[in-house]
Design a protein. Structure first.
Length: 197
């Protein structure tokens, strides 16, 4: 699926300048963005994620169609949508949001919108070629994936793009990984963002 999305990003990139496209290996579905997090809080976050996935069953997710926020005529974020499995994913995101609210993270103000971000426009403007390409891909199917875990991820941002590190994984119907959760050492970056995926 990442390969199919990566190929679509390549074709979109040929018709649109001024867009920061996501590398295929970095494509993901975000359930909740946490922002900067003190490492001392990682234990309570992992425990909250364990509670969020407890009793949740694995499910299939189909990625289908292209779109953009706020509109296809002035795209800021270009995305691939979620078809089958979207309701289950939304319920999982709601469980994650509720459990993390219990340990002090602010609840989401907006309803969860399941999507895979493909690129972000550097400035809002009309781009007829990109608009036409997005609208043409409205029904395109990219594949299915089995969702069987939630990962707590760290993203380190740099001028070369984001570098993602999995801090822990929490399995649906299986509990968390039993491996020790020791964050790897890395160079400090200008900005560090954590969030479950």
């Amino acid at each position: 699926m990442r390969g199919a999305l990566g190929r679509r990003i390549d074709t979109l990139g040929r018709v649109a300048g001024g867009v920061g496209w996501i590398a295929a290996e970095n494509l993901h579905l975000t359930l909740k963005f946490l922002g900067r997090v003190d490492e001392a809080r990682l234990g309570e976050i992992r425990a909250a994620l364990d509670r969020a996935v407890a009793g949740a069953a694995p499910f299939e997710l189909r990625i289908e169609g292209l779109g953009a926020f706020p509109t296809t005529t002035r795209p800021r974020v270009i995305w691939a949508g979620v078809a089958d499995g979207g309701r289950a994913l939304g319920e999982l995101a709601a469980r994650v949001d509720a459990e993390l609210a219990g340990v002090g993270f602010e609840r989401e103000a907006r309803a969860y919108s399941a999507h895979v971000t493909l690129g972000r426009a550097r400035e809002p403007r009309r781009h007829p070629g990109l608009t036409a390409a997005i609208e043409k891909g409205a029904g395109e199917r990219f594949g299915t994936v089995r969702v069987d875990r939630v990962s707590l991820m760290r993203s380190d941002l740099s001028p070369r793009g984001a570098r993602y590190t999995e801090l822990s994984s929490h399995h649906l119907m299986g509990g968390p990984d039993m491996a020790p959760h020791t964050p790897p050492r890395s160079e400090p970056s200008r900005e560090t963002r954590d969030g479950p995926r």
